[in-house]
Design a protein around this ligand. Structure first.
Ligand code: HXC
Length: 303
């Protein structure tokens, strides 16, 4: 195969936790959308590192089975807290439950819950638009406000992490509600990094490129063909692995990253830069074609 990641060991995914064992011992973590996908992967690694994690999402059954699976593996508590984050009252109650179960406010908050599907925008109803913006932007903000106000009141520091997307910065066709909502969330992340720094609260984000999860790929790549296009258009020749974003999240939310504030880390193997590079299509040129091009360029006389 011609994929660089098949050839070069330094481009392969490392899946074990990077931080020392027990780095999160005594830390309480609130993860929205922690029952599945990237939220589950981050929950698993935090739990491996000793954290007490509460996972918050709509589906009690999914939360229950994920909690049992992960706490069974790690021996550390994972608490299921069912709540639809589109409902501010449910978010408030989830924070009440968190405090009751964990005995205090979180040290780390991961705003991971998302909703998305590809669709030509002319096919979107107002309710389709509202549904996605409600989960991604409003839901994350309800959790941030509910927890942030209480942290400030109690003068307790905490680290917040936003899970964004590479197209939040410049937009993308066919995902206008998600792009708008994630872009708004990045704006909030940077704003609160400044506004609430004096209260001991750090805010950062990760903009992950393609990492396989059923939730995302079933809605964004229904035919399965897009995965190959992404792989082929990534400089290192592969999509990401869930443990890789988990390692980055564990670092950014740890005290090793206490000088990280207001940063959204692009985490996509360079795919976004390759897509935006004006001459990226020249990566396909062979040595002969470059020899030919060079001699034509050198042969140019005058302007
Ligand atoms: C057009 C659609 C649609 C589609 C739903 N709708 N699917 N419109 N095309 N494919 C419309 C519905 O008709 C309805 O509008 C409105 O959206 C709400 O749909 P419901 O099914 O009633 O909502 P709900 O059951 O709450 O489901 C929410 C959902 C679903 C967003 C539609 O996909 C979901 O639960 N997703 C959660 C998981 C997820 O999406 N994960 C991916 C995240 S990936 P009307 O007008 O008919 O009432 C991500 C970043 C990706 O965020 C980055 C990749 C690199």
């Amino acid at each position: 195969s011609s994929n660089p990641s098949d050839k070069y060991d330094n481009l392969k995914a490392v899946k074990t936790p990077m931080l020392p064992p027990d780095s999160y011992k005594g830390k309480k973590v609130f993860v929205t959308g922690g029952g599945t996908g990237l939220g589950k992967a981050m929950t698993r690694m935090l739990s491996q590192l000793g954290a007490e994690v509460a996972i918050v999402s709509r589906s009690p059954d999914v939360l229950k089975s994920t909690s049992e699976e992960i706490s069974g593996e790690t021996g550390n508590p994972v608490h299921p807290i069912p709540a639809n984050i589109r409902d501010p009252e449910a978010v408030k109650s989830s924070v009440d439950q968190f405090v009751e179960i964990c005995g205090g406010l979180p040290d780390v908050v991961i705003n991971n819950a998302a909703a998305n599907f590809i669709s030509p925008s002319e096919r979107l109803s107002p309710n389709a638009w509202r549904t996605i913006v409600d989960v991604v932007l409003n839901g994350s903000m309800y959790a941030t406000l509910e927890i942030g106000k209480r942290l400030i009141e109690q003068q307790k520091g905490a680290n917040f992490l936003t899970i964004s997307t590479p197209y939040a910065a410049l937009g993308s066709p066919f995902v206008t509600p998600s792009g708008a909502a994630k872009s708004g969330l990045e704006n909030v992340t940077r704003s609160l990094a400044v506004e609430w720094g004096r209260h001991g609260l750090r805010f950062n984000g990760i903009a992950p490129g393609a990492i396989y999860t059923k939730g995302a790929f079933s809605r964004l790549d229904p035919s399965g063909k897009f995965q190959k296009i992404l792989t082929d258009s990534t400089p290192t020749g592969r999509i990401g692995e869930q443990e890789e974003i988990a390692n980055l999240a564990c670092f950014l939310c740890s005290d090793y990253a206490s000088w990280f504030n207001g940063e959204i880390v692009m985490f996509d193997g360079g795919q976004t830069l390759q897509a935006s590079g004006m001459f990226s299509s020249y990566l396909k040129l062979s040595k002969d074609q470059w020899d030919q091009a060079e001699s034509m360029i050198r042969g140019t006389k005058g302007s």
